[in-house]
Ligand binder design. Structure first.
Ligand code: DON
Length: 563
């Protein structure tokens, strides 16, 4: 069944109703499970578990594999966040977000008149931050893995060296990005087959990427940040104002962060702290929703969507105005995620009328006491789990592949505020808190998240999608907790998104029936149609049996595999 017919079936005439019928069943397995955006990578994750690796080994293997098989988002030249939940109850968060190189500064994307230089932060060499992925993956593996680094990198080297058959969706994706990739000779050679394109069934061989992966296999993170790979990266940036230097690379450090904790209707929520806005915004929204009987409002009803859109508007304003890298700026995270802060929202919520984003009342914080992408979820047989979201930012990042390395570089600098008040590529308005500064991490929306039930791991979830990530994770959680859907149904269900500004409610095209959209418009929402939103990859643990139930998003080409 196609996505469109599935959503049409699920949502035919359900203004007040629950989701109709059941969708596909989740993948079930007793021991280990990997849900990722690409099937070869999921299989490498499962093979790693079967070899005796734990969830961290498998996640690191998947991370390296996606850099080969899912080049729009899987990466060495980008960054991300890894949340690890150990079976013993400890949770660790590794922040391997990119940093602004030393050559960057707050006005670096403005011309002499103070205007933004088009595409400067999204395309080409100067769009990149210093990559964090090799450092993050190697750190996780070294500290928490059971196997050797070689065990987890070698399968990706083999895939890069021997090649793999290009799928329909990869072929389409590469052709869709041709307008950017063709601007950079190395990217054109590798990903566009020197202009001949890669058709489904053809083999994509990446010898240079295999060489870079071997350097990491043999020397760990140093294989990337020092030595020949680093020299090639720095040399490539030399003619571009020495935007990224060997010193920038040597100085890069992944960081351990303390995960944010909250709760929703009795479930514990463990999620991503700054420099992502994801966890803070997610907890703000869940706290606000908790005061309403969402389940009786009905999944997909205009009452539910209106309430959730207002909740999104309220939390995304805080993101825009207050959030940035907490190593550089102060963010009142603990106040924002306090339950009492949500009562402000509840007092002003009008069930019959959309509020005006530009006329929201001043925020009243509680008194201070005392925070193209891809996501994969892994659970091993012992109950250790990883939720990892990493990215190049836009699909294929800056479009630049570094000569001789096969490494595609990110365009994460666009996640900073290039100019306060001017939207970035995702239409996000951001503040000074997220201004560019050397060594600073751009504010992210990535939201790898765990839910616990009675202290036990219940859900591992995350998604790509820029700012829509946070609302995708929110909707999957609400679909599971409030509407009792399976993980597959919760992921399949149509999605919507509000991010404060622009003041519009984006809904997935074909996702909602006309009486629902009319009812939303009559409350004053301006509706905008969105293609598809997110590519969630989730694993749920059945409370009694501990059975792993996994689901990949029908919006993408991912695959969940278990054993
Ligand atoms: O960190 C962020 O919020 C963005 N760079 C994520 C970009 C993204 O999800 C694009 N994928 N569809």
């Amino acid at each position: 069944m196609t996505l469109l017919s599935l959503t049409a079936l699920l949502f035919s005439g359900v203004e007040q109703g629950q989701l109709l019928g059941a969708s596909r069943a989740p993948i079930r397995a007793k021991q280990g499970m990997v849900a990722s955006a690409e099937k070869l990578a999921s299989q490498i994750g499962i093979d790693t578990l079967k070899k005796g690796g734990n969830a961290v080994d498998a996640a690191v293997a998947v991370g390296f594999a996606l850099a080969v098989t899912h080049p729009s988002a899987g990466n060495l030249g980008g960054g991300g966040f890894m949340m690890i939940r150990f079976a013993n109850g400890n949770t660790v968060c590794i922040d391997y977000r990119e940093t602004a190189p030393a050559a960057a500064g707050r006005d670096v994307y403005l011309d002499a008149d103070g205007q933004i230089v088009p595409k400067a932060s999204t395309q080409g060499y100067r769009a990149s931050g210093v990559p964090g992925t090799p450092a993050g993956l190697c750190l996780a593996q070294k500290k928490y893995g059971r196997l050797s680094l070689k065990d987890v990198v070698q399968p990706s080297i083999d895939l890069a060296e021997q090649g793999f058959l290009v799928s329909d969706s990869l072929s389409d994706s590469l052709k869709g990005a041709a307008h950017v990739l063709e601007l950079f000779p190395e990217s054109r050679r590798i990903y566009l087959n020197s202009g001949k394109y890669l058709e489904p069934g053809e083999r994509l061989i990446q010898k240079d990427l295999a060489w870079s992966l071997k350097a990491i296999r043999d020397n760990g993170a140093d294989g990337f940040y020092r030595g020949e790979v680093a020299a090639k990266i720095a040399a490539a940036y030399e003619p571009h104002g020495r935007w990224m230097t060997q010193e920038d690379l040597v100085k890069y450090e992944p960081k351990f962060r303390t995960p944010l904790r909250g709760s929703y209707r009795g479930y514990d929520v463990i999620t991503m702290p700054p420099p992502s806005s994801g966890g803070t915004v997610l907890l703000e929204m869940l706290n606000a929703l908790e005061g309403f009987d969402v389940s009786s409002m009905g999944a997909g009803s205009s009452r539910t969507i209106h309430l959730m859109a207002e909740v999104m508007r309220h939390a995304f304003r805080d993101r825009a105005e207050l959030m940035g890298d907490t190593d550089f700026v102060k963010v009142p995270t603990s106040q924002l995620i306090r339950k009492s802060y949500a009562s402000e929202f509840r007092k002003r919520f009008n069930p019959d009328k959309a509020s005006d984003s530009l006329a929201l009342p001043a925020r009243v914080l509680p008194a201070n006491e005392a925070t193209e992408t891809t996501h994969f979820s892994v659970v091993d047989k012992d109950g250790n789990a990883v939720a990892n979201t990493y990215t190049l930012n836009g699909g294929y990042g800056s479009g630049v592949a570094i000569e001789g390395t096969g490494i595609l570089m990110n365009n994460e600098m666009d996640d900073f505020t290039s100019k306060p008040g001017v939207p970035n590529a995702y239409g996000l308005i951001q503040s000074d808190a997220n201004a560019i500064a050397r060594g600073k991490r751009p504010l992210s929306a990535m939201t790898p998240t765990f839910l616990l039930r009675e202290g036990k791991l219940f859900l591992v979830i995350g998604s790509p999608g820029g700012p829509t990530i946070i609302n995708t994770v929110l909707q999957v959680i609400v679909n599971v907790v409030d509407f009792g859907l399976t993980i597959q149904e919760a992921i399949d269900a149509p999605r919507f998104h509000h991010q404060w500004l622009p003041d519009e409610l984006r809904i997935e095209i074909h996702g909602f029936s006309e009486d629902v959209t009319k009812a939303l418009e009559s409350r004053g929402h301006r509706l905008a149609l969105l293609g598809l939103m997110g590519d969630a990859e989730g694993i749920m643990l059945e409370p009694k049996s501990g059975m792993r139930l996994g689901a990949s998003d029908p919006r993408g080409d991912g695959q969940t595999i278990g054993y």
